[in-house]
Ligand binder design. Structure first.
Ligand code: SF4
Length: 428
């Protein structure tokens, strides 16, 4: 946890914390990773500060971070001061991501928030944050309604009931489907085991990631795991598939109250609109909000009736309130003119693309719109990826923004091309 205003000096590729904003096409960008519940007032004040000191665009990322855009060299320190005064718990070391409803979810097997807090504390006493690549991350999934399967992480620990006992299944280098399983441990060994696995990555150099080590020497991770003196480790390869989870919906909480998740269309909203959403949350009696992976925000502590009222207010403000909303299945980066590398206005094009492809966007078909081949918004494959190039919009089927396109079209030909491509891709 940090006082927010004191982050390490900015390194390229690192998460741009409050004291180390990153230059983008629309000014400086800062990223916050809130931990646990943020009070409604603090969230509203954060949005007000984004409006006052930035360009008013606030993003919630696929990994559950808040990004504030359009700051200047002069306004960024003022924004950092304003946020530091709000007392929002946030992290700026090695990202340790827990379930969005950790500690509140009656279905969770273990409180991943507590395990994550223990690991953050332990990491703070080591040199690992300085020795690991900036994007090395740990996902701790306590089970429950909202899993972390869609999130890619270097180290994954997921609670499972094995022979009536809660254990943590460990895997490395990927998302819930693609990570390589190593074995299972008991929850008290979580911190020790995670530190040992992170040490394996750190020893491979400042740029190393788990997936790169896996390609050459998966045995290193297995040796680190089996050499834990205190840990009760069961080496296992089998993986139990997780269930689909979606933060957009209403969830019953441990204390009998309700949580209501809504989505930001294409991961962004105007700060002023988010302030109005905070007003709606307050009117509904919410005791706070959680920022959720999957570009979502969850109001906590509602009644069933006030959850319905909050949902209606969110919908009228343009937020996504239904899991099947086609906009959930179009992923777009900021694009031009926000990003200097972009060849197309990816985010600005996204609403029209969602409209054109709506009949096909049912969850089994995702469209990724990327301003350039870097593919910031989605590293994984999508059924259809539209990539901005100097020659036009390149179309990639069942691949990523870096893969070979099957065609290139002009921006004004996109709607027709998307419908054709969607038909073709779905029939492959
Ligand atoms: S994918 Fe390219 S255009 Fe889009 S945000 Fe990343 S660098 Fe910019």
């Amino acid at each position: 946890m940090t006082a927010l205003a004191k982050a390490a000096p900015h390194r390229r590729g690192a998460c741009p914390g409050l004291s180390a904003p990153m230059p983008t096409g629309d000014g400086l960008l800062v990223r916050l990773r809130p931990i646990g519940t943020v009070s409604v007032a603090a969230f509203a004040n954060l949005c007000a500060a984004a409006r006052q000191h930035g360009n008013g665009v606030v993003e919630i990322t696929a990994r559950g971070s808040i990004q504030v855009r359009g700051l200047s060299a002069a306004s960024a320190p003022r924004f950092a001061d304003a946020i530091a005064s709000l007392g929002i718990a946030a992290e700026d070391g090695v990202p340790v991501i827990a379930n969005a409803l950790a500690g509140l979810d009656p279905d969770e097997l273990i409180d991943a928030g507590t395990l994550a807090a223990d690991l953050r504390r332990a990491l703070g006493a080591t040199s690992l944050p300085r020795r690991l690549a900036p994007k090395v991350s740990v996902a701790i999934d306590g089970g429950g309604a909202l899993n972390l399967d869609a999130l890619s992480a270097d180290i994954r620990l997921r609670a499972e009931l094995i022979n009536g006992t809660v254990a943590l299944r460990i895997s490395v280098g990927g998302d819930g489907a693609s990570a390589t399983p190593l074995g299972t441990i008991m929850p008290p060994d979580c911190t020790d085991v995670a530190l040992r696995l992170l040490e394996v990555i750190a020893q491979r150099g400042r740029a190393a990631r788990a997936r790169d080590i896996l390609a050459a020497e998966v045995a290193s991770f297995r040796e680190a795991l089996s050499s834990c003196p205190a840990a009760r480790v069961t080496l296992a390869r089998a993986r139990v598939p997780g269930h689909d989870s979606n933060p957009i919906g209403t969830y019953r909480l441990l204390d009998g109250s309700y949580a209501r998740g809504i989505g930001l269309a294409f991961g962004h909203a105007e700060a002023a609109t988010l302030e109005r959403l905070a007003d709606a949350a307050e009117a509904a009696g919410a005791r706070g909000v959680r920022i959720a992976p999957g570009r979502a925000l969850i109001a906590i502590g509602l009644t069933r009736a006030s959850a319905t009222a909050f949902t209606a207010a969110a919908e009228s403000l343009g937020f996504i309130v239904r899991a099947e909303d086609p906009r959930r299945h179009v992923i777009a980066c900021a694009g031009a003119p926000i990003c200097a590398s972009a060849h197309i206005a990816a985010r600005a094009m996204a609403p029209r693309i969602a409209e054109s492809a709506a009949p096909y966007l049912d969850g089994s078909f995702k469209v990724h719109v990327s301003g350039c081949p870097k593919g910031c918004a989605l590293a994984a494959r999508a059924a259809l990826t539209i990539v901005g190039t100097a020659a036009g919009c390149a179309l990639v089927a069942n691949g990523s923004a870096r893969d070979e396109p099957f065609g290139v079209v002009a921006a004004d030909q996109l709607p027709a091309a998307i419908v054709n491509a969607a038909r073709e891709v779905r029939h492959v």
